[in-house]
Every structure is written in structure tokens, then in C-alpha cells.
Design a protein around this ligand. Structure first.
Ligand code: FES
Length: 549
């Protein structure tokens, strides 16, 4: 019974009258519109405007839109400690917020407007929990900046820090680049974490293909948002709820998209978390298996080539990627898309721009294998993620230089203590140990900028930004704070990374490791109260998606 017709819901009616609603509107199906708008970053700056257009579409299709907001955190703006620790934590807070609003209001359907990295998986996790017909609207990428005759993105900013450190750029040049790298609203402008997860939302079937590709500031975005409002009402009529859309086959397709588009290593965490919320079995090694056999077919920064998200949109977008993957038989077709189309229909509708150079066929890829690999071994018994970035397989053996935080390591790089051949080990940066699993941006950018990116390996229980590259291995599990072998490494120990063998080995005799294990003491918890303290207690292993219980 609707609020308008239920005698006992008079108090609720009084609040809805207070918001200007009529009884006719109270009889309509309610569509919650979750935006992850904050005025603190460019990534999600357009969400309020988009929400208004989604609401228009919902209304036109006979629904009652109800907007609400969550928090969001950008890794580029939160470098101070503890700021950078908050980003992955925000995924859980956003998921819980959307879930709570859904539980509180009992919306008949939902639209989640997402952009910055964590907001995409967070919304999908919440939608899976609530399981009402739902659509994801990815708000779109930023345009690339232009500096000294070339396209630039936030990746160039981070690497410029290292170039300044070795004198290749001066401060004035760095400041000038900062004015040009990010020319307006939208998510970071290539296949970094946000755009990786935007593509994942398409391939999961929860976001309509062809909408997320549209850049944040493009004129077509608002009309697409209105269409999403209409799609939500249609999804309600078809009962296209996440449990019918987000299936094991859809999850497989999403993993394929991450591999084929050279996506971010953060996708491993988020796919594992999404699978868990959707009650789908997924082991970290399955992601590695897919990435091992699927090449990178898009020439996007940072792994496939030099193109940006704008170039992908102009070339034909994720629909064109879907066409190429379908042609090669790499997608599972027995899936439900939230807008009622089929994958074959999406592929047929894809508009390929003649002469485009961004999306290739599987037979003639940009790189022969995916962007990441899963390794296991004595240093990571529960697995870890190697950011392969389209590189050929490699073996790196070297002496460990061990740091108990990102800051300690950054200071060592600044002091010139890192030399080619080293294996940098940065620990106590895992989900519980950080807490919050920081992105090691202040390490990877300067290493690349100093020309050390391909000559030293970085092994950490933290994670990496989508813009990071080099010989980087993250998500080492179990993490140091929980007594994983990474806690036992000492300066000078030999560490071997072997991507072909899929292994990460600490070459120390077992008896010596036993002695170190017996002497190991968990460090004092860094935070005693507040949200980070709750997170330390409830967060699980990175190898399970670092979800909270
Ligand atoms: Fe928000 Fe990159 S920091 S999308």
C-alpha cells in the first residue's frame, strides 16, 4: 500500500507534504538517486546536475525520484597522514551509506551516480546488498590537459615530482604543469582506477553501455542521465535486480574487461569485494588466470599506450571493446543487461570511428597479455598483485631494503639510498596495518621520475594508484600487521619476483624465519578511536577484497 493510501502513514505523509509532494506523487514507485557528490574534488563535481536530469527521467517515466548523497574521497587530495588512509575506508562507508538509505526508505528502484575510484565499487556493493532494480551512472572522465604540445593527465603530475627531484624539471615548470594537467570536472583521464571500474560497471551489466564513456563535461551527458532515469523505471518493470544482472558470467566478463583494457590493480580488490557482496565465489587466482590469457586491446594510458579516456569515447567506447571481445569469443553472452539489451545488441550498435587507433582486435593487440598478474610464494602465501602494465614477463632478484611505512621509504628515495637492483619492501601499510592500505603514490611517482622505475622492485602490503607503474607488487597477503611473512623480512634478504612462474619468494631458511616469527611483536595500533580504529578491527585480508565484516 502506498504512503498516500495507508491510514497509519499519516505522519510520513505530513513530511512529504512538507517537501511539496502531492498524493498522486506519493502513489508512484520511489526511485532513490544516490549521488557521491562532494565539493572537495573534481571527480564527482557534476553529480548534482546529473541527479537532476536522472530525476527528470524518473518523473517522466512515472516514478518519484528521491535524491540523497554520500561522502567521497580522492587519493590525489588526501596525501597528508592520515588523509591517504581514508580512501579505501571510504568505499565501506559509501557502501554502508547507500545500503542504509535503501533500507530506511525502501526504495522500489535505485540509481547510483558514481565517479571517483572507490565510489564505483562501493555503490555496486550496496546495490548487490539491497537487491532492488538498480542502474549505475558513471559520471565520466575528465578531459586530458595539454602541456608543451602533448596530452597530460594526473599521471604526469606524479611523475613530475620525481623529475623535479633529479633536476629535470624546476619548481616553476612543475607549478605550470599543475595548472594544465586537469582542465575541469571529471575522473582521472585515462584507464586508472575510476575509469577501470566505470568499464567494470558496463561489463557487469549494471551500467548501460555508451553512457559512462561520455566525458563528464560533454554536452551529451545530461541527456544520457535523463535516459538513465527512464531506464531505472524500465528496469523496475522488468525486475532487473542485481541478483539477476550481477551473475557469475557477468563477473567473468568484468574481469575480462579489466584485462583487455589494461585496468588498475585496484580492480582486484574491488572485484573480490563485489563478488562477496553478490554471494558469488571468486578466488584471487581466477583473476590472474583471466589476465594471463587475455591481451590488452586498448591503447590507453597507463598500460596499453598513450591514449586517454576521451580518445576511447571518440573511437567507439566500451561498446566497441565489447564487440572486439565478442568477436574473439571471450565474453559470456548469457547475461542480462540492466537496459534490456543483449551483449550482441550492444556490439552491433557500437559506432566505430573510421580510422580510430584506440581499440584493436584480440588478434592484433597492443600488448600480448593483461595489465596484472597474481603471484604467490613464501613472501605472499595468500597471494599478491603484480602490476605488469603490459610488460613482458620478467624475473627480478635483489637484496631487500625494508621500510615500515610509506613515509620512511619516501625519505630513503629522497636521500638517494635506493639503487638499481634493490627490492624495496614497504610494510605495515595493509588494510589493517596502515590502516587503510595507502596507494604508495609518493614512492612510485618519484621512482619513475628518477629513472628507477624499471630497475628496482617494490613489494608492499599496501596498494597502488591506477597511475603507478614500474616493477610494483602490492596487496601482499597476509599483511605485516597480521603477522604475514612480509613482517619477517630484513635488510639484505634476497627476494625473487618471477612473473612467468607467478611467484614471490623470500630466500631465507625456514629455521631462521621461525626464529624471527617467535621474536615478532605486532606494532602498537596507530589509531585508538574513530572510524580508522573501527576499520582496523573489522577489515579482512586484501586477498578477500579487504571488506569489513
Ligand atoms: Fe578521483 Fe582519480 S582521484 S578519479
Amino acid at each position: 500500500m502506498s504512503i498516500a493510501d495507508d491510514p497509519d502513514r499519516a505522519p510520513a505523509r505530513s513530511h512529504l507534504y512538507a517537501m511539496g509532494m502531492s498524493e498522486e506523487e506519493m502513489r508512484r514507485p520511489t526511485v532513490g538517486i544516490a549521488t557521491t557528490w562532494t565539493g572537495t574534488m573534481p571527480c564527482n563535481l557534476t553529480h548534482r546536475e546529473l541527479a537532476a536530469h536522472v530525476a527528470e527521467g524518473v518523473r517522466a517515466a512515472g516514478g518519484l525520484p528521491m535524491e540523497f548523497n554520500t561522502i567521497a574521497v580522492s587519493d590525489n587530495l588526501t596525501m597528508n597522514t592520515p588523509g591517504m588512509r581514508t580512501s579505501l575506508v571510504s568505499r565501506e562507508v559509501i557502501a554502508d551509506s547507500i545500503e542504509l538509505m535503501g533500507l530506511a526508505h525502501g526504495f522500489d528502484a535505485l540509481v547510483a551516480i558514481v565517479g571517483c575510484d572507490k565510489t564505483v565499487p562501493a555503490a555496486i556493493m550496496a546495490l548487490a546488498r539491497l537487491d532492488v532494480p538498480s542502474v549505475v551512472l558513471y559520471s565520466g572522465s575528465m578531459m586530458p590537459g595539454r602541456w608543451r604540445g602533448r596530452d597530460v593527465t594526473i599521471q604526469d603530475m606524479w611523475e613530475a615530482l620525481g623529475e623535479r627531484a633529479v633536476g629535470r624539471l624546476d619548481q616553476a615548470e612543475l607549478d605550470d604543469l599543475a595548472k594544465h594537467a586537469c582542465p575541469g570536472a571529471g575522473t582521472c583521464a585515462a584507464q586508472y582506477t575510476a575509469n577501470t571500474m566505470g568499464s567494470v560497471a558496463d561489463f557487469l551489466g549494471l551500467a548501460p553501455f555508451g553512457v559512462g564513456d561520455i566525458p563528464a563535461v560533454a554536452a551529451d551527458k545530461n541527456a544520457a542521465a535523463r535516459r538513465v532515469g527512464e531506464i531505472a523505471m524500465d528496469a523496475l518493470a522488468r525486475d532487473a535486480r542485481p541478483s539477476r544482472v550481477l551473475t557469475a558470467d557477468a563477473l567473468h566478463n568484468a574481469i575480462v574487461s579489466v584485462a583487455a583494457m589494461g585496468g588498475s590493480t585496484n580492480a582486484v580488490l574491488h572485484l573480490l569485494a563485489i563478488a562477496r557482496e553478490a554471494n558469488l565465489p571468486l578466488e584471487i587466482d581466477e583473476i590472474g588466470d583471466v589476465c594471463r590469457r587475455i591481451p590488452i586491446i586498448t591503447g590507453l594510458k597507463p598500460s596499453g599506450g598513450d591514449h586517454t579516456a576521451l580518445d576511447l569515447w571518440r573511437a567507439g567506447g566500451t561498446s566497441l571493446v565489447a564487440r572486439r571481445l565478442l568477436e574473439a569469443g571471450l565474453l559470456r553472452e548469457n547475461v542480462t543487461l540492466v537496459d534490456g539489451r543483449t551483449l550482441a545488441g550492444v556490439a552491433a550498435d557500437a559506432e566505430e570511428t573510421p580510422g580510430q587507433e584506440v581499440v584493436r582486435s584480440v588478434a592484433e593487440p597492443f600488448k600480448p597479455r593483461g595489465a596484472l598478474a597474481i603471484l604467490r610464494g613464501s613472501l605472499a602465501p595468500d597471494g599478491c598483485v603484480l602490476k605488469l602494465g603490459g610488460k613482458a614477463d620478467f624475473r627480478h632478484e635483489g637484496p631487500a631494503k625494508v621500510y615500515d611505512s610509506e613515509a620512511e621509504c619516501t625519505a630513503a628515495i629522497d636521500a638517494g639510498l635506493i639503487v638499481p637492483g634493490d627490492v624495496i619492501v614497504v610494510r605495515y601499510e595493509g588494510p589493517a596495518g596502515g590502516p587503510g592500505m595507502r596507494e604508495m603514490l609518493s614512492i612510485t611517482g618519484p621512482l619513475v621520475g628518477r629513472g628507477l622505475g624499471e630497475t628496482v622492485a617494490l613489494v608492499t602490503d599496501g596498494r597502488f594508484s591506477g597511475v603507478s607503474h614500474g616493477l610494483v607488487i602490492g596487496h601482499v597477503a597476509p599483511e605485516a600487521y597480521r603477522g604475514g611473512p612480509i613482517a619477517l623480512v630484513r635488510d639484505g634478504d634476497t627476494v625473487i619476483v618471477d612473473s612467468a612462474a607467478g611467484s614471490l619468494e623470500l630466500v631465507v631458511p625456514e629455521e631462521e624465519l621461525e626464529r624471527r616469527r617467535a621474536a615478532w611483536r605486532r606494532p602498537e595500533r596507530v589509531v585508538e578511536r574513530g572510524v580508522l580504529s573501527k576499520y582496523v578491527i573489522t577489515v579482512g585480508s586484501a586477498s578477500d577484497g579487504a571488506v569489513t565484516i
